[in-house]
Design a protein around this ligand. Structure first.
Ligand SMILES: Nc1ncnc2c1ncn2[C@@H]1O[C@H](COP(=O)(O)OP(=O)(O)OP(=O)(O)O)[C@@H](O)[C@H]1O
Ligand SMILES: [Mg+2]
Length: 638
């Protein structure tokens, strides 16, 4: 957020803003590079679980102690109770019981440690995921214009999962396996420092092998993961556009593209396994060689009566215990690297700030007191710097008026409406409602005042009633039904097997376009905005339904400032004022009659649509509003 909004309604942008948001979006798009810093930035999420991590640490120590003592107990049994003709049954029994006790303690400690750690790790990830989702939801339209949805899906689903492995696997391994190596070394030196010293020769060898493999292990793992993400991203994008794929018979081409990704993934995965198996087997081989060496060196010592047989046994076990954790530690490089890359990707999302900013301190808007005066004061706008699409737009709509906006495709009609709903902010000028700059209003307030009905309907998974009230519990069932009745949707909904409780599949696929639009209309009526924007519609409604909707919406647009964008001029001929847009400029304005008399662009457009317009004369009032209602559905007030 940049500087505070002053009373004149100008937010101090530009100078007060540290980074150009466009650059930040660009940075998001760059290839992520794993860095430890990125992980550290997520560390505050672990802070609430300090206690749990401490408990895990203690449990790990207990677990390791139990592991280290087990071979020692057996050694004692062998040397004290079995060797040299000793027949110490009671001693054996004690040792056995103690052994069982140790094993039980170890199992319990291990169980508890995993439970506590997983609980903490999963809680951390739940929080990161939630924050990430909220953060993405807050982003401005520009971000979504420029970002592949599949990519965001990967960020929220699998990147968070990978980071969780840092808090669970990596942390656990560092502590458990690290301690295990240390304790085993100590135990070996306690037993016999000479053999222990021989064993220490292993450390540089193991270290060397780990180093040699590390790079390959990491690369293979990373490439596999990247390729899997590509598959997920491809799927997400592709399934979203499945209709287009089918209608244009692109299945084969898409399947081929998918096949390429899959082959690449297979290749990477096989390579990944090759490297890890090779590494594991090398370790195993070395472990067995070490055992053989201990048998030779230690066995000779036993024969020379330099050490006891039990000591040899314990040594063999310790040597085995020595390899396993080092192997595990080496493997953790993968986890660490992957977590760093994922943390970096998550960090990049968090870095993107919405270009459309919330005012720092906004006086609340009393929705009921809003009159609905809309003013554009010399507004210019560009989606991309240097490519303006709106130039010096200046107009004023009195409360309750109906304004028509016409113009060719790409003239900038929808862009004007996107500014009024603050999907974007103007590059220059000011937009005011009741004289107050909309940038000084909380967006939540703004979207209660301004309702938008767009061309494409968006419905959420849920019932029809949910979609009409947009999950707002303060809208009663009665209001839902009344709203549906107001736009003539009630009959259609009642015909459905489960009426208002009919569940909608993804985006309302089980309804026709027209039905979706009716629901979308009911939605905007239920939300009851003071200013209503209707951006291009009619297409999906048959003329009968259209008329029904019109009658309803005529009632609804009473006492409401209404802005209607229409290609069909008949739709807006009764508007209080019509704005004619050409290449981002208002070139004419006036009533239908005035504009016809002017004989300019509007008159020309009207002449061209003459065939269509003729029968309209017989139709009394043909404002055809339709399309999707979208009152910022993601910002449902709780
Ligand atoms: N998200 C965007 N990013 C970049 N440029 C955009 C974006 N949306 C629209 N434009 C450009 O802005 C210009 C105006 O688009 P706009 O959608 O406002 O036109 P319109 O008058 O609503 O057209 P139509 O009648 O086809 O709906 C067009 O040149 C378009 O290419
Ligand atoms: Mg448009």
């Amino acid at each position: 957020m940049s500087g505070p909004a002053d009373s004149s309604g100008q937010t101090r942008r530009g100078a007060a803003q540290p980074a150009n948001p466009a650059d930040v979006t660009e940075r998001y798009a760059q290839r992520p590079q794993g860095s430890f810093k990125a992980l550290l930035r997520l560390l505050p999420y672990a802070k609430p679980f300090r206690m749990q991590f401490l408990i895990v640490f203690v449990l790990v120590v207990v677990f390791n102690l139990s592991n280290v003592y087990q071979p020692y107990l057996v050694k004692v049994a062998i040397d004290r109770d079995l060797s040299n003709g000793a027949h110490n049954y009671t001693g054996l029994l004690h040792i056995s019981l103690l052994y069982v006790g140790l094993v039980l303690v170890g199992v319990l400690a291990s169980f508890a440690q995993i439970m506590v750690l997983q609980y903490s790790g999963q809680s951390i990830i739940r929080q990161i995921r939630l924050d990430l989702f909220r953060h993405i939801e807050r982003q401005s339209m520009k971000f979504f214009d420029e970002t592949a949805i599949g990519r965001l899906v990967t960020n929220v689903s699998s990147d968070t999962e990978t980071v969780s492995q840092f808090f669970t696997q990596f942390f656990l391994s560092m502590v458990r396996d690290g301690l295990s190596v240390l304790m085993t070394i100590v135990a070996m030196f306690e037993l016999d420092w000479r053999i222990a010293s021989y064993a220490m020769v292993l450390i540089p060898i193991l270290f060397g092998i780990s180093m040699a493999f590390r790079k390959h292990l990491r690369q293979a793992y990373q490439v596999t993961r990247t390729r899997l993400s590509s598959i997920v991203a491809f799927l997400a994008e592709n399934l979203a556009g499945i209709r287009i794929t089918q209608i244009f018979h692109q299945e084969r081409r898409q399947a081929r593209a998918f096949e390429v990704l899959n082959s690449a993934h297979r290749q990477a995965n096989v390579w990944n396994y090759q490297v890890s198996v090779l590494f594991n087997r090398t370790f195993e081989l070395l472990g067995n060689l070490a055992v053989a060496a201990v048998v030779w060196v230690g066995g000779s010592a036993v024969l020379r009566h330099a050490i006891l047989f039990g000591t040899l046994y314990a040594f063999i076990t310790y040597i085995r215990q020595f390899f396993q954790p080092i192997n595990a530690l080496t493997q953790q490089w993968n986890t660490l690297q992957a977590s760093m890359v994922s943390a970096d990707r998550i960090g990049r999302v968090f870095m993107v700030e919405p270009i459309v900013e919330e005012p720092i301190q906004a006086d609340p808007v009393v929705v009921d007191d809003v009159a609905g005066l809309v003013e554009f004061r010399d507004v210019s706008f560009a989606y991309q710097t240097g490519r303006p699409v709106l130039h010096h737009i200046d107009f004023r709509v009195e409360p309750g008026q109906l304004v028509g906006v016409v113009g060719a495709t790409g003239a900038g009609k929808s862009s004007i409406m996107s500014l009024l709903t603050r999907f974007y902010d103007p590059t220059e000028g000011q937009i005011c409602i009741d004289g107050r700059d909309i940038r000084t209003m909380a967006q939540r307030d703004l979207h209660r005042v301004v309702g938008l009905v767009q061309q494409d309907v968006y419905l959420f998974s849920g019932t029809i009633a949910d979609n009409i009230r947009l999950f707002r519990s303060d809208i009663s069932d009665e209001t839902v039904v009344a709203s549906a009745k107001a736009v003539g949707a009630h009959e259609m909904i009642s015909r459905l097997p489960r009426g208002y409780d009919t569940p909608l599949y993804g985006k309302g696929a089980n309804l026709s376009m027209g039905e979706r639009q009716l629901i979308a209309f009911a939605r905007v009526v239920a939300l009851n905005p003071k200013i209503l924007i209707l951006d291009e519609a009619t297409a999906s409604l048959d003329s009968q339904t259209e008329e029904l909707v019109n009658i309803g919406l005529q009632a609804v647009s009473q006492n409401r400032t209404t802005l209607v964008i229409a290609h069909r001029l008949a739709t807006i001929r009764h508007a209080d004022v019509i704005l004619v847009l050409e290449r981002g400029r208002i070139v004419e304005r006036g009533t239908h009659e005035e504009l016809l008399a002017l004989g300019g662009l509007y008159a020309e457009l009207h002449r061209k649509s003459g065939i269509e317009a003729a029968p309209e004369e017989n139709r009394p009032h043909q404002e055809t509003y339709a399309s999707s209602v979208l009152v910022h559905p993601t910002r449902v007030p709780e």
